[in-house]
Design a binder for this molecule. Structure first.
Ligand SMILES: [Ca+2]
Ligand SMILES: [Ca+2]
Length: 174
């Protein structure tokens, strides 16, 4: 239900997304985020992270995308639907260091439960330690060696934190 409500919000936002005024090439503005979606190639999670880091420009580091709230999640899903393909995409979350404790590559904790994760997900235990976005627009844990498409973003900040916050990303937990 909560996820459905988020999608309603985004149906409106989609009409103002995917302009590029806010983002440096090759990233595209999607909602409040700057994203590079690779829906052509597939790679494992580590390769995907290296790929995203290779896109870094000037002093702004890039990495797998971090998605911390509805306002970030749903424009991405809508962007995939309209401009790419709904499939499985690696995001920058993992529970490699401690099973069941999910962190973003920005080191923030990943929000658990709805609207991000469906019921009974994550379900892979120690065999699935990397975070993907499913075609349905939810998080799921997956085997890090599986090959999937990739969503990159410039950060160490999450997209929603890019607007005016000077706080280091490691000082907040949500
Ligand atoms: Ca796991
Ligand atoms: Ca899973």
């Amino acid at each position: 239900m909560a996820h459905f409500n988020c999608l309603l919000t985004i149906a409106v936002l989609s009409f103002v997304s995917t302009s590029d005024a806010f983002c440096n090439n090759p990233f595209h503005e999607v909602g409040s985020a700057c994203l590079l979606v690779n829906s052509k190639d597939k790679m494992n999670w580590t390769q995907a992270r290296d790929y995203c880091k290779s896109l870094s420009y000037s002093i702004d580091p890039t990495d797998l995308a971090v998605v911390t709230n509805c306002q970030d999640l749903n424009p991405i899903w809508q962007y995939l639907l309209l401009d790419h393909v709904l499939d499985e995409y690696w995001l920058g979350g993992y529970d490699i260091e401690q099973e069941g404790v999910w962190h973003w590559v920005s080191s923030k904790l990943v929000n658990m439960g709805v609207p991000f994760w469906p019921a009974n997900i994550p379900d892979g235990g120690p065999n699935e330690n990397c975070l993907m976005l499913t075609a349905a627009g939810f998080f799921d844990d997956a085997d890090c060696s599986e090959e999937k498409h990739v969503i990159c973003s410039p950060h160490s900040q999450s997209p929603s934190e890019r607007q005016g916050s000077a706080r280091p990303p490691t000082t907040r937990h949500t």
